[in-house]
Design a protein around this ligand. Structure first.
Ligand code: 13P
Length: 343
């Protein structure tokens, strides 16, 4: 019998586990590879991701699911095994990014609308056959002078709701990701501005999900934390980030939602872990609260690898360490000393 949306969502946010976001588009992974002077080719992208997914201990103990990109969900490991099968063999759920990226929003300078609804029903059907049981769509909200606009929030929330409804129709759990950027072009805003814009965004998103008939029990929310812009003069203490993040979520996210899995958004590896742990320390919370990190899980592994086969073991150790630290954070039991012990 096919798993229900609720079963899949519960698996995605199982205690002490979180999601590995490995769904960088070809353009984005090219930028990441440039930091290690590695040419981005179909094979180098495959080698890198194969290495991540074959980090057996990290995958089995700490990773509940992996978000893939269209190319990756179709790729085979060097020995011919589909990458999807490696993920499944580790007990994790394969997922897929289905949005087509954030494009300029008409008449709204410097704002973006995420595209990809056309033909989505058919694409979801194919992704289901390829093994995906959850999907991701990211909306981008940027703070600046006179931004975000009402139009930007509404249009993005509406698109997220249409996407989520199509996913549920296809038996796929939607990750609903409205990201209020901390590292946009200006990014001098303070933490309270992030709070207000996050609140406005989440209120609008849940209203649109309701209008679209989306079942909250069969989705996962992927929000930003409440943090100041990375160019703000006044950075916030980790405790303040945790307190304001929990407050905005309690005000906006119904308890029917089974899980919240944060994006890292440009936070340092350790900050993303510390914030998640402090957030969970403020529990009990009405939802499972975990990670769905891209950069904050992968950065150390990518740097350790450097594109060289002889560094695979070191890269896998780096991924295992970050995944372990974030697993502890997902239960509110991470401590800074644990980072030093490993180093
Ligand atoms: P970061 O954790 O690097 O922000 O990536 C998560 C993600 O999936 C962004 O859409």
């Amino acid at each position: 019998m096919a798993e229900t949306l609720e079963d899949i969502a519960a698996k995605m946010v199982a205690k002490g586990k979180g999601l590995l976001a490995a769904d960088e588009s070809t353009g984005t992974i090219g930028k990441r590879f440039a930091t290690i002077d590695l040419e981005s080719t179909a094979d180098s992208r495959r080698d890198y991701r194969e290495m991540l997914f074959r980090t057996d201990e990290a995958m089995k103990k700490y990773v509940s699911g992996v978000i893939l990109y269209d190319e990756t969900i179709r790729q085979k490991a060097a020995d011919g095994t589909p990458l999807v099968d490696i993920i499944k063999a580790a007990g994790a759920v394969p997922g897929i990014k289905v949005d087509a990226g954030a494009k300029p929003l008409a008449l709204m300078p410097d704002e973006k609308i995420t595209e990809g609804l056309d033909g989505l029903r058919e694409r979801l059907k194919e992704y289901y056959e390829l093994g995906a049981r959850f999907a991701k769509w990211r909306a981008v909200i940027e703070i600046g002078p006179h931004r975000p606009s009402h139009d930007c929030i509404n249009a993005n929330a509406h698109a997220l709701a249409r996407y989520a409804a199509l996913c549920q129709e296809a038996g796929i759990v939607p990750i609903v990701e409205p990201e209020v950027l901390m590292d946009g072009a200006i990014a001098t805003h303070d933490i309270d501005t992030c709070y207000k814009v996050t609140e406005w965004t989440l209120k609008t998103v849940f209203q649109e999900l309701y209008y679209a008939g989306v079942r909250l029990e069969g989705m996962v929310l992927k929000p930003n934390m409440v943090v100041p812009g990375n160019k703000c003069d006044k950075q916030a203490a980790p405790e303040e980030v945790a307190e304001k993040t929990v407050r905005v979520l309690k005000n906006c996210v119904p308890s029917a939602v089974p899980g919240i899995a944060f994006l890292s958004g440009g936070q340092s590896d350790e900050a993303a872990t510390e914030h998640l742990s402090l957030i969970n320390e403020l529990g009990p919370l009405p939802w499972a609260v975990t990670f769905s990190y891209g950069r904050a899980l992968q950065a150390a592994a990518l740097a350790a690898w450097g594109g060289k086969p002889e560094n695979v073991a070191a890269a896998e150790r780096a991924l295992l360490h970050r995944a372990h630290m974030n697993s502890l954070a997902a239960t509110g039991t991470w401590k800074p000393e644990l980072e030093k012990k490993a180093a």
